[in-house]
Design a protein around this ligand. Structure first.
Ligand SMILES: *[C@@H]1O[C@H](CO)[C@@H](O)[C@H](O)[C@H]1NC(C)=O
Ligand SMILES: *[C@@H]1O[C@H](CO)[C@@H](O)[C@H](O)[C@H]1NC(C)=O
Ligand SMILES: *[C@@H]1O[C@H](CO)[C@@H](O)[C@H](O)[C@H]1NC(C)=O
Ligand SMILES: *[C@@H]1O[C@H](CO)[C@@H](O)[C@H](O)[C@H]1NC(C)=O
Ligand SMILES: *[C@@H]1O[C@H](CO)[C@@H](O)[C@H](O)[C@H]1NC(C)=O
Length: 806
């Protein structure tokens, strides 16, 4: 009991200590149907619940276990996925009738295929729930013909289609983890299809070898001749906490044939251990969701095999969060070869009493050991130590995304270093591609794979074809692991930090790193554009020499019209900044809107060129150039010191993630504009992450305005400018006063989301403009709230996450 209160106290303390998490914002987000990431969907009206996937070794065929059917899909073509053959396998009317008479929902009575494995070169072994009476069968992989009468599937496949299971065939034998009864309360890890002197084996069921487990995955390690199972279950050793879930790894030896008297037809090599996914001073992420193995690099020992798993937490403090932890095979092995906990057979309580070791539990070759030794292993199967994650810490923690499935790949980058890339599926239907770096995980991109969030049953990676397959209830989706050609310029290619992609200076394109021999521009670790691009592409510098400035887009306006200039975001990690050559954007004339666009009233003082700069990872580039001029009548003169090219405008910016910068790849293009703003204003602009207008106009700004005005043409225009500026100043004073009053009144209300005005240069009355400013102030408050958000969840503008203030 003391234990219990101590634990709850420490849990409470830990929840306060939960450290700030860094935001995991995907750099680029591709919504459904975006041309940048080609997602292929296979679905068919007469096929549903396509949830079990099996990929052929060459990656040309994808076998799918669906509802009442097994499909063979031809995935060898880039354009489409085609149905090659289909096996219909459904329960009879009589079976269905019996199923519903037993009180089961009719919707759960069909045959849901849950086991699909290659048996040998010609056959596939498949099992389905078959109206709560599981069946298994042999299917020819070429034609999908059933080659024998179906077997009983008890212990190989769950009865209930919603129960999770795992199955793997090695050397023609089927190893499974599933529940072996109708009610779903007899879980078992077993071996089937054994022949000759080898016998089918299962767990001894007199003792609590498994405690209400949820099976996740199984993995065969050839060098060990062992199968590892991953699951979560109730941690009985923590008997002072009610229903504490723990994640486990368990092992069995393939050579096992059961004991001669003790443990006959039972595993003699079963052992299990706790998998810990926990950062220091944090609550454990105790519930495993998915796990995938990463074979060791070429030439490295099998002990370096890594297992990457997604874990969530049982506690509400951590709800919605998920963590990725990795475990080294060597660590798992050392835990299994250590001490074991002792089970008191009467009280079913575990203790860590030191005892004489009669045998080594988990050791292969115990099948013909003495009865005494077998009795010992029968009671000592829970390792005393827990398997700790690599680096004793979590690999990734995400506060804003709940990951459900993952797959992992080692990618050879251009510098011949290899990087670990994780593909993570969120429960909201997005696929995240993350590269693991020294500094932490960098999410290269997210791709929306399903319109509607839906339970995803499997995720398969085809390294041979560079494709990912996602199986869900609604269909099978294929996503290429990378699309380098999406990155248009060298800086974009480098900033992506995608180990799959590198910049080829010869063809001036971002290409797949593996497919090219040339030394590619790439910097996955730091994303340093200046180094990676300068060193490889000289030709670009010439293209944008100072005397050949790229022209901007001409924006013709009438005076007093509200102008809105768009600035497409280079990426979700970039920060946008507006500049005017020769001048600075004073806060009382310009509104910096949340989406990065700039809004102002067209007056003679605000006509002229505008640049939108985007900064990411220390690299600055011009993403848009506009030239605002008065419609009809005499075109307002540009500042004399600024030589804007008079040729027709070309560079227009596309909306959306796609970026086509109007300037070259070097970080120097801004300095190419001859008239740099004064250092003071420029530094002020640089140093600020938030919009400029939040500060009161300073003396310096008023001073800055002087030269600008004097630079402008004839005297009568000068008077007009002065009057306009004075008008605007007094207007803004009035607005500020009004706003102050308004804020006082609204203080208790929640701040609504700033809804940016629709498109540029929409006409607005001064009253509208006031509204514009009002909403901006409110969103500024939001902005401040964001700044304080501990985990940065609010800064992720992925579109699918509501920006709700904490
Ligand atoms: C890659 O991106 C380019 C540019 O957006 C697009 O045209 C192409 O279709 C994409 N390819 C794939 C396979 O997604
Ligand atoms: C594969 O297994 C099936 C079923 O046991 C058997 O009929 C077939 O001959 C086997 N094929 C090969 C190539 O071993
Ligand atoms: C254990 O079994 C192997 C065959 O699996 C046999 O060669 C060996 O003699 C047996 N050892 C004992 C002590 O019975
Ligand atoms: C089968 O698919 C339907 C939607 O098509 C879904 O509602 C149902 O939960 C799925 N059943 C199983 C057992 O996954
Ligand atoms: C601007 O943001 C960057 C990173 O987001 C941060 O390192 C820097 O300190 C911020 N600067 C200011 C002035 O807030």
């Amino acid at each position: 009991m003391e234990n219990r209160s101590l634990l709850s106290l420490s849990l409470a303390l830990l929840s306060f200590l939960s450290p700030c998490l860094t935001a995991l914002t995907p750099r680029v987000s591709f919504q459904m149907g975006s041309p940048g990431r080609h997602v292929t969907l296979f679905s068919s009206p007469d096929v549903s619940n396509t949830s079990t996937l099996l990929l052929s070794e060459d990656g040309d065929m994808l076998y799918v276990g669906a509802r009442d059917a097994v499909l063979a899909l031809d995935v060898s073509h880039k354009e489409a996925i085609t149905l090659r053959s289909k096996l219909d396998w459904s329960p009879s009317e009589k079976d269905l009738e019996q199923c519903s008479m037993k009180g089961k929902k009719m919707a759960n009575c069909p045959n849901f295929i849950r086991v699909l494995q290659f048996l040998n070169a010609t056959h596939i072994y498949a099992c389905g729930t078959f109206a709560y009476s599981p069946r298994c069968t042999y299917i020819t992989s070429e034609t999908l013909m059933m080659s024998m009468k179906p077997d009983e599937g008890r212990g190989r496949c769950p009865y209930d289609p919603y129960q999770r299971n795992t199955a793997i065939i090695v050397d023609g034998e089927l190893y499974t983890g599933t529940v072996a009864d109708y009610r779903g309360n007899r879980p078992v890890i077993s071996r089937h299809l054994s022949e000759g002197r080898r016998v089918d084996l299962k767990l001894d069921d007199t003792l609590g070898w498994l405690e209400d487990p949820t099976f996740i995955s199984s993995s065969f390690i050839p060098d060990e001749e062992k199968i590892y199972f991953f699951f979560s279950e109730v941690g009985r050793e923590y008997d002072f906490i009610d229903k504490f879930i723990v994640s486990r790894v368990s092992q069995i030896c393939m050579s096992d044939v059961g004991g001669q008297r003790t443990l006959q037809r039972r595993w003699t090599t079963f052992a299990k251990a706790q998998l810990l996914c926990q950062a220091d001073n944090e609550l454990p992420y105790n519930v495993i969701q998915d796990i995938d193995s990463l074979p060791p690099a070429e030439g490295a020992p099998a002990d370096d095999t890594l297992f990457y798993g997604i874990f969530t937490s049982q506690w509400s403090v951590n709800s919605g969060r998920s963590a990725v932890c990795s475990f080294r095979l060597a660590d798992i092995k050392s835990v299994f070869s250590g001490n074991y906990k002792v089970l008191n057979r009467d009280t079913l309580q575990w203790s860590t009493r030191v005892q004489e070791k009669v045998a080594n539990p988990g050791e292969c070759g115990l099948h013909n050991a003495s009865d005494n030794a077998l009795r010992f292993v029968k009671e000592n199967f829970l390792a005393d130590d827990s398997v700790r994650p690599v680096g004793r810490s979590v690999t990734v923690v995400s506060a804003e995304h709940s990951y459900t499935h993952l797959t992992v790949q080692r990618v050879q980058a251009a510098n011949s270093r290899s990087y670990t890339v994780l593909f993570l599926l969120t429960d909201s239907g997005y696929l995240h591609k993350a590269v693991l770096l020294q500094s932490g995980a960098h999410i290269i991109e997210e791709v929306q794979v399903f319109e509607q969030p839906q339970p995803i049953k499997s995720l398969k990676l085809s390294t041979a074809k560079g494709m990912l397959y996602v199986g869900s209830s609604e269909g099978v989706v294929r996503v290429p692991t990378a699309n380098c050609s999406f990155y248009w310029t060298c800086p974009q290619c480098i900033l992506a930090r995608d180990p799959f992609c590198g910049w080829d200076p010869n063809i001036r394109a971002c290409v797949e790193a593996s497919s090219s021999q040339a030394s590619l521009g790439q910097d996955v670790d730091r994303g340093n554009v200046e180094e990676a691009c300068n060193s490889v592409s000289f030709s670009h510098r010439a293209r944008f020499s100072p005397n050949k400035l790229p022209a901007g887009e001409l924006v013709s306006v009438s005076l007093n019209e509200v102008v809105r200039l768009q600035c497409p975001a280079a990426s979700l990690l970039s920060q946008q900044l507006w500049e005017r050559p020769n001048s600075r954007l004073s806060s009382d004339l310009y509104l910096h809107l949340e989406d990065g666009s700039l809004s102002f009233v067209a007056t003679p003082a605000t006509l002229g060129p505008y640049l939108c700069l985007s900064t990411e990872n220390g690299y600055q580039q011009t993403v848009a150039i506009y030239h605002v001029q008065q419609r009809s009548g005499p075109v307002a003169q540009t500042p004399s010191s600024y030589n804007w090219p008079q040729n027709p405008p070309i560079a227009t910016t596309e909306a959306g993630a796609r970026l086509r910068p109007s300037a070259g790849p070097e970080g120097t293009e801004t300095s190419q504009i001859e008239t740099e703003p004064t250092p003071t204003s420029r530094d002020a602009l640089r140093g600020r992450n938030v919009s400029l207008w939040e500060e009161e106009p300073k003396e310096a700004e008023l001073r800055d305005r002087g030269p600008l005005q004097s630079a402008r043409g004839p005297c009568y225009l000068k008077e007009l400018v002065v009057v306009s500026v004075l008008l605007v100043l007094s207007l803004s004073l009035l607005i500020t006063t009004l706003l102050y009053l308004f804020r006082q009144r609204c203080r208790s209300r929640t701040a609504p989301q700033a809804r940016p005005p629709s498109r540029d240069s929409d006409r607005r009355t001064p009253a509208d403009q006031e509204g514009l400013r009002g909403s901006q102030v409110l969103s500024k408050r939001n902005g401040q709230a964001r700044g304080f958000a501990c985990n940065g969840a609010l800064t992720g503008s992925n579109g699918h996450l509501p920006n709700t203030p904490i």
